[in-house]
Design a protein around this ligand. Structure first.
Ligand SMILES: N[C@@H](CCC(=O)N[C@@H](CS)C(=O)NCC(=O)O)C(=O)O
Length: 201
């Protein structure tokens, strides 16, 4: 299996999950500006959308879209508990979280990376994110992880997108449950290993 990734992006979440599951994989770095892979290929021939993450299966199939990749990986080792069984109510809850993270937190953060966007526009997106942080603060004040007592693929995803706050000069200190949540997840060996691997070169 190959994971096409770019450092500091959403591809960190499937990267964490691959390591949590101890699945053998190869990391292929993508330059998100030139759309070239580190081994010199045109990334657009791999994912025409031009986005990381992309997962290449051993039979050559390419899977894109973070929430789909995360669930695909978790289902390879259901005993890991990183996603509830596919036909369960709990699985629907997990999908509810993944959809919220992708459409509200991930997509809501993306404009803040845009250097061309005026500050007034950015402050609208920032305010909306703050409302979602209030909501997450409430959830994570009474629950160790998004879906309950154990870490799931949704936590790998939320951990990743909350990590972008440092790029936007957003201090998470106003949401202490989010700070504690990030610290707890950051201490996981798989998370440390993924961060170390992405920091290389
Ligand atoms: N809908 C896609 C979005 C993926 C995405 O936003 N990838 C960003 C990095 S976080 C990217 O590769 N951007 C490259 C670009 O905008 O050219 C998913 O959920 O996987």
């Amino acid at each position: 299996m190959k994971l096409y990734y770019a450092p500091d992006t959403c591809s960190l979440s499937p990267h964490i999950v691959l390591r949590e599951l101890a699945i053998e994989f190869e990391l292929v770095k993508v330059d998100n500006r030139s759309k070239l892979t580190a081994d010199g290929r045109d990334f657009l021939t791999i994912n025409p959308k031009g986005y990381v993450a992309a997962l290449e299966l051993d039979d050559g199939k390419i899977l894109t879209e973070g929430p789909a990749i995360l669930q695909y990986l978790a289902d390879i080792k259901p005993e890991s508990g990183l996603a509830p069984r596919a036909d369960s109510w709990e699985r629907v809850r997990l999908q509810e979280w993944l959809n919220f993270i992708t459409s509200e937190i991930h997509a809501g953060s993306a404009p803040l990376f845009n250097r061309e966007l005026p500050e007034e526009a950015k402050s609208i997106f920032r305010e909306k994110l703050f409302r979602w942080f209030d909501f997450l603060q409430e959830t994570l004040s009474t629950s160790a992880y998004l879906t309950g007592a154990s870490f799931s693929v949704a936590d790998a995803y939320l951990f990743t997108v909350l990590g972008w706050c440092s790029f936007f000069s957003i201090e998470l200190n106003d949401w202490p449950a989010l700070v504690a949540y990030r610290e707890k997840i950051s201490a996981r060996p798989a998370v440390q290993a993924a961060l170390r691997a992405e920091a290389k070169d």
